[in-house]
Write a protein that binds this ligand. Structure first.
Ligand code: SF4
Ligand code: SF4
Length: 288
């Protein structure tokens, strides 16, 4: 394997060509986190850090693709489920292909799976997954962690999915964002169907009841409309809201009340249509 210092001209050249290739393959955002950042920030338990998982890691490269808001707005639905699955496949392929790209240039590299658990029952018995892409993305300068425990960035709010690859190449790290992007509006906690999020007065990230969230996801899985993503959908942060003309997040509170009163409400029946086709659902169909 080749030795590479993060400041050398060959490192700068490799980073440039890597970025070009990552974008060509479909990554919308790419960040570089030196493996030392996990110890520096000391937030992630030691056995979940890159050097514990793969000792020679020098850099964690994080790749991201967006979740598109109008599809997410139909959640829970088969449309969002398919979108979510496709984003996972794209991310896993990106990390795999870019690991090979680095291998072919003399550097060890391995992809870390996007969703590192077999099924929700396993997750319920043994939380969490072996590696957090959210913390990796934070240390790679791609965003800050919000009340909902999602990573939030200026462009897409929490509507981005992340995957990581570990490499022996010593890339220059991107700066970690120090100012929180979460507005502490608490809408994610208010509209969470599992009441899994509780705001805290002493820090931005709320208390997260991972069991309640996962149990709710088991129900959605049985209905073929997994995952939930309401906390991702309602977050006001993100330029994508302007792109889609969806800056009024109070509409989501209205939506919930209107549909409780009348599932055929003309303003929202398109969402009911998407939620009641292609999956089991609450529209008069017996629960599985
Ligand atoms: S994914 Fe759904 S259930 Fe889980 S925390 Fe977010 S809103 Fe709540
Ligand atoms: S919905 Fe509001 S409180 Fe929740 S993560 Fe987004 S900005 Fe923060």
């Amino acid at each position: 394997m080749t030795a590479l210092s993060s400041a050398s001209p060959s490192s700068v050249h490799l980073k440039r060509s890597f970025l070009r290739e990552a974008r060509r393959l479909g990554a919308s955002m790419i960040g570089f986190a030196p493996a030392s950042r996990w110890a520096e920030y000391d937030e992630v338990p030691a056995s979940y850090r890159p050097n514990e998982i793969w000792k020679p890691t020098q850099t964690v490269v994080v790749l991201a693709v967006p979740i598109l808001l109008p599809i997410l707005e139909s959640t829970p639905s088969i449309n969002y489920q398919e979108h979510y699955i496709t984003s996972n496949i794209l991310l896993d392929q990106l990390a795999y292909r870019l690991s090979i790209y680095l291998n072919e240039r003399g550097f060890g590299a391995i992809p870390i799976p996007r969703d590192g658990y077999g099924n929700l029952d396993i997750l319920l018995r043994k939380m969490p997954a072996c590696f957090s892409h959210v913390y990796a993305a934070k240390y790679a300068g791609l965003g800050t962690i919000g009340l909902s425990h999602n990573l939030i960035n200026a462009q897409y709010g929490p509507r981005m999915r992340y995957v990581s690859l570990f490499t022996t190449a010593k890339f220059k790290g991107d700066p970690v964002l120090e100012s929180d992007l979460c507005k502490a509006c608490k809408l994610c906690a208010r509209l969470c169907p599992a009441q899994a999020l509780t705001p805290r007065p002493d820090r931005i990230a709320g208390d997260f009841d991972a069991i309640a969230c996962t149990v709710y996801h088991k129900q959605l899985t049985a209905e073929s409309r997994f995952p939930c993503g309401i906390c991702v959908k309602v977050c006001p942060v993100g330029m994508d809201r302007k792109l889609y003309g969806r800056t009024r997040v109070a509409d989501y509170i209205t939506e919930q009340k209107a549909l409780e009163a009348n599932p055929s409400d003309p303003d929202y029946r398109h969402l009911v249509h998407l939620r009641t086709h292609g999956s089991r659902n609450g529209a008069g169909e017996p629960k599985p």
